[in-house]
Design a protein around this ligand. Structure first.
Ligand SMILES: Nc1ncnc2c1ncn2[C@@H]1O[C@H](COP(=O)(O)OP(=O)(O)O)[C@@H](O)[C@H]1O
Ligand SMILES: [Mg+2]
Length: 502
């Protein structure tokens, strides 16, 4: 209460009652104080302009949306670079802080212990520091970016947050490459290209085979012609399909000398092997087949093979001869002071050998005691080749449905030698784990999600990306037969081995 006689401070004086604008028509109460100067007459005068502007604005927005749709349909790449990527980038920048906070990706530049009175307290400092999101670049498949880690941060939380990033940015998947020091590389995939391009098989191009050599000699001289034309490392890179990042899927025996391919029946193991063989067939590479299912799978390759085993005893003999050959190569390298066959002079360089084992279990699983010795002999030689062959141009590609230790005691040792891994669709988690889990734990989930409806999809090791999804090309039996027939005369003769009878 205000005592009588005291002067009321001006701040407490009752506010003057607003005098209504004389021109304001009663019926629009409260309009004038908020928009002084706006009178109904003026509003009426502006109305057509306002309506026209709104219509034009809506028309422009609709036109832009239609244009964007049209561009996306007619020229998806242009659409991506002009509209899609800038929007994604905006979204990434905008959500980065929230994403880091929610997925615990933040670092700190404060000490985690401090003194509180007489106490030493430990805790997580508030005021987190965000890792830097840099170099967001458009790519045909989506985008790439780099995250710079703060000292003390490790890549693992970023690997685990890949799915959170994909959700936050509304993209198909984010692959996190954690092998660089101090940074993490992101590969952002906007769509599942392996599937979006249809469930149709990726077809084998019928154009010239890469690095196909003009061999001018008569086919009967082929062995003489091919053996001196020494192979080069590039000959060992077989392009077998397409990766989800739009690059070509290459099985390169220089990067990974030996490969393991796992997949359930009908998942695409043999198709993948066909694609690789069709590439190597045109180059100075010797191919040896081990197919203990009676040669059912590898028989179509026979004319181009330097040897083919259709039973376990035969396999043991062929593998034994290859071990001897490997030891001969070792002597050759020693003699020339070379550490691998690529350092040898081209005129003495032996031809690279690729040993293909289709269905590993057939080699290991035994029914009788007599089988057991044979199996042991074959598998011991195979392991020996994998242990010694890498530098000596002897490579092993092993395909199977399972690679568990239930096959035999040597399987784990063999698996350890096979650094290149390809996991097609498999039925059990254990096989995925054995194929990828020891090297790429974060790839296991991707392999488990392979859609059985789309054949030939795999998760594969890739040199610079760690692992990636990919899909093999499909060669029809006729296409494969044509490639094999055209290249059969290039099959080198290997010491101690007889080519399969035609
Ligand atoms: N990359 C692919 N594209 C299209 N179809 C494929 C592909 N890979 C496999 N297939 C289809 O799946 C079938 C089974 O493949 P296959 O290679 O024989 O499997 P596996 O050897 O694992 O039993 C093939 O006959 C083929 O029709
Ligand atoms: Mg098969």
């Amino acid at each position: 209460m205000i005592a009588a006689g005291t002067v009321m401070p001006p701040a407490l004086a009752p506010p003057p009652t607003p005098t209504p604008s004389p021109s304001l028509t009663p019926g629009i109460p409260g309009f004038a104080p908020r928009f002084p100067g706006v009178t109904l007459e003026r509003l009426q005068a502006w109305l057509p302009t306002i309506i026209t502007a709104a219509v034009v604005l809506v028309a422009v927005v609709v036109a832009l949306a239609v244009l964007s749709r049209l561009l996306r349909w007619k020229a998806p790449r242009v659409h991506w670079y002009l509209i899609g990527f800038p929007l994604l980038r905006l979204r990434m920048r905008h959500s980065w802080r929230h994403l880091c906070l929610n997925a615990s990706l933040t670092g700190t530049d404060r000490p985690t212990t401090g003194q509180l009175g007489p106490l030493l307290v430990k805790g997580r400092p508030i005021m987190p520091v965000l890792p830097l999101l840099r170099r967001i670049r458009p790519r045909t498949f989506g985008a790439t970016a780099v995250i710079l880690l703060h000292p003390g941060q490790i890549p693992e939380p970023f690997v685990n947050a890949a799915e959170a990033m994909a959700h936050a940015w509304g993209v198909h998947a984010v692959r996190v490459d954690a092998r660089l020091r101090g940074r993490v590389r992101l590969t952002i995939l906007t769509a599942d290209r392996l599937i979006s391009e249809g469930t149709e098989p990726v077809t084998w191009e019928t154009g010239p085979l890469p690095r196909q050599r003009a061999v001018t000699s008569h086919p009967s001289d082929a062995i003489e012609a091919i053996t001196p034309a020494a192979a080069v490392p590039a000959d060992l890179a077989a392009e077998v399909g397409q990766r989800e990042d739009g690059q070509r899927w290459v099985i390169d025996l220089v990067t990974f000398p030996h490969w393991l391919i796992t997949g359930a029946t009908q998942s695409g193991k043999s198709t993948l092997i066909n694609a690789a063989v069709a590439r190597w067939a045109a180059r100075p590479v010797a191919l040896v087949g081990i197919d203990c299912k009676g040669g059912m799978e590898l028989a179509p390759h026979a004319p181009r093979l330097s040897a083919l085993a259709t039973g376990r005893a035969e396999a043991a003999d062929i593998l034994a001869a290859l071990v001897v050959e490997t030891q001969r190569r070792m002597g050759l390298c020693r003699q020339h002071g070379a550490r691998n066959i690529w350092q040898l002079p081209p005129e003495v360089r032996p031809v690279p050998v690729v040993v293909i084992v289709d269905e590993l279990a057939e080699l290991y699983l035994v029914a009788s005691r007599a089988d057991k010795d044979e199996a042991l002999r074959a598998t011991t030689h195979l392991l020996r080749l994998a242990q010694l062959g890498a530098a000596l141009g002897v490579h092993v590609i092993v395909a199977g449905q399972r690679v568990g230790s239930d096959l035999g005691p040597g399987v784990t040792a063999l698996r350890a030698q096979l650094a290149g891994r390809i996991c097609l669709r498999v039925n059990d988690e254990e096989t995925v784990d054995m194929t990828l889990g020891d090297l790429y734990p974060d790839a296991v989930e991707a392999a488990q999600q392979i859609d059985p409806a789309v054949k030939g999809i795999a998760v594969t090791t890739a040199d610079e990306a760690g692992w990636i999804r990919a899909r093999s090309v499909y060669l029809s039996p006729e296409q494969l037969a044509a490639v094999i027939a055209a290249t059969a005369y290039l099959a080198p003769v290997l010491p101690g081995l007889t080519p399969p009878a035609a």
